[in-house]
Design a protein around this ligand. Structure first.
Ligand code: URA
Length: 202
């Protein structure tokens, strides 16, 4: 579905303005707002998550909740300055099911990821990162078109559909859901991957 009267945007800001009014899929109806990317628009590093969570949906900013906190800590540990990255998500509306007063996150469906891909492609065209970091399977799928399981791919560099390198790693929300032993291992791997990203950018 096309947005009526919208021309192809010529700047990142124009793309954002269009995305704020996006109704290409059903997720816009229940979500509070579009959560667009944030950071340095000339960043050498683009970090792509899955979709905004509860906190991000309410604040309209990516990675401001617990997963974002873990990401920021890990980036600091690897010497990556988040002010010099562009942080965004494969899907720009929160997907959830209500349970009592809580809103429980749901993984976006392949069709929702595809509908939102036009926005990610625009962000990528304007930001033009040297390296992309894919957090989890949704981001890896959106960027590469490959839906195969993440475990054997984690820590490796693949090629995005637009022809750039993408380092695949865990999603920080996954690490937060694992039990202690597995979480410690996944945290180490996450730290290793972020250090690899820093090396690739050096
Ligand atoms: N998880 C994501 O994938 N993205 C966010 O912005 C927050 C949590």
């Amino acid at each position: 579905r096309q947005i009526p009267n919208d021309r192809p945007p010529e700047t990142l800001e124009a793309a954002r303005d269009q995305a704020l009014r996006c109704t290409r899929c059903e997720l816009c109806h229940a979500a509070t707002q579009t959560v667009w990317g944030e950071g340095d628009p000339a960043a050498p590093l683009m970090i792509v998550g899955e979709a905004p969570g509860d906190h991000e949906d309410l604040q309209g900013r990516p990675f401001v909740g617990p997963a974002g906190q873990l990401l920021h800590q890990a980036m600091a540990g690897a010497g990556l300055d988040f002010a010099q990255a562009w942080m965004t998500n494969a899907v720009k509306h929160f997907k959830f099911v209500p349970r009592g007063k809580r809103r429980i996150h749901q993984t976006p469906a392949a069709g929702e990821i595809r509908h939102c891909k036009g926005w990610l492609d625009l962000e990528r065209r304007f930001v033009r990162p040297r390296l992309t970091l894919a957090l989890g399977a949704t981001a890896a799928f959106a960027l590469t078109g490959n839906r195969s399981p993440l475990t054997p791919r984690r820590g490796t560099v693949e090629t995005t559909q637009d022809g750039g390198p993408v380092l695949i790693t865990w999603h920080p929300s996954l690490i937060l859901r694992l039990e202690a032993g597995a979480a410690a291992q996944a945290r180490d791997q996450f730290a290793t991957d972020l250090s690899q990203a820093a090396r690739l950018l050096a």
